[in-house]
Design a protein around this ligand. Structure first.
Ligand code: UTP
Length: 276
């Protein structure tokens, strides 16, 4: 069972300036709920109990969000507004929240490696990038689909989706052999390739299950694309041993790290959830 979920959240969210000058990108709301809470909900539903966040400077609001706010609690006590905090309280009661800083922004791979002190190196763990908001149109959520797959394959898993070829340079891209419907044994991976160099249009999104040997591989990973330590490079080493599965998840993903995706998610949630 996968009990721990890592949330790399040290990025500056520069695409959302000035909103992200003092507020972490992960605290931007879709309707009334911050992005990170959707991620924590997904992890909790998938069976995780430890929510481990890699933070950066100015990210204190994330810690505050999952801590008791006595003033607010007092203010709404006994009123109908208590219901608005019910989901958050449920997560606070049932999960353990831990934090560690990434002191320098050296890439997603480095952020995940910093999370080792929180998730340990003896068990597989999940990773959620909270700015990739995923919903399940039916059935179980994306991370839960992946934890079920882990039971079968017992190796690292990345969630993938097909993207237009002219967008592949925004993602890590995989190639591999389809071993069952929507499940690929990864043979190669490239970080943000130019369309002409991309092996496929199957792009990795912000959901991973990683086996703990990833940490040693990350220790030995040199800065790659953009001068950052890329998780894709460390995963490629696992893939060379046949130990990475890519999974075409069932559901819908919104890239809430971009303004278009953020607005799309907001509209979708407003139309489909709030009005119901
Ligand atoms: P992004 O590149 O999408 O996030 O990283 P960003 O840098 O915050 O966004 P922009 O481009 O400036 O608007 C993907 C995820 O990886 C985390 C980010 O917090 C985000 O969740 N990340 C990235 C880290 O935690 N540390 C890093 O060094 C890099």
């Amino acid at each position: 069972m996968i009990k721990k979920c890592l949330f790399p959240a040290a990025g500056y969210g520069t695409r959302f300036l000035p909103a992200t000058k003092a507020i972490p990108k992960e605290m931007l709301p879709i309707l009334t709920k911050p992005l990170i809470e959707y991620g924590v909900e997904e992890a909790y539903e998938a069976g995780c109990e430890v929510m481990a966040t890699v933070t950066g400077r100015g990210k204190e609001a994330i810690e505050k969000h999952f801590d008791t706010s006595y003033e607010v609690e007092d203010q709404i006590k006994g009123s109908s507004k208590e219901e608005l905090l019910a989901d958050t309280r449920n997560l606070m009661q049932n999960c353990t929240f831990t934090y560690t800083p990434q002191k320098e922004m050296m890439g997603l791979g480095d952020a995940i490696n910093k999370g080792k002190v929180l998730v340990g190196d003896s068990e597989p763990f999940a990773v959620i990038l909270a700015d990739d908001l995923c919903i399940n149109l039916e059935g179980v959520n994306v991370l839960k689909q992946m934890t079920a797959l882990y039971e079968k394959y017992q190796c690292s898993i990345v969630a993938i989706m097909e993207v237009p070829m002219d967008k592949v340079n925004k993602y890590g891209v995989i190639a591999g052999e389809e071993i069952e419907e929507g499940v690929y044994r990864v043979s190669s991976m490239v970080e943000k390739p130019e369309p002409s160099e991309a092996p496929t249009n199957m792009a990795i999104i912000g959901r991973y299950i990683l086996t703990p040997d990833i940490f040693e591989l990350l220790d030995n990973t040199k800065p790659g694309k953009g001068g950052e330590i890329q998780i894709t490079d460390a995963l490629l080493e696992q893939a060379k041993q046949g130990k990475v599965i890519a999974y075409k998840f069932k559901g819908k993903r919104f890239d809430c790290g971009s303004i278009d995706g953020y607005v799309e998610a907001t509209n979708y949630f407003y139309e489909n959830l709030l009005k119901k």
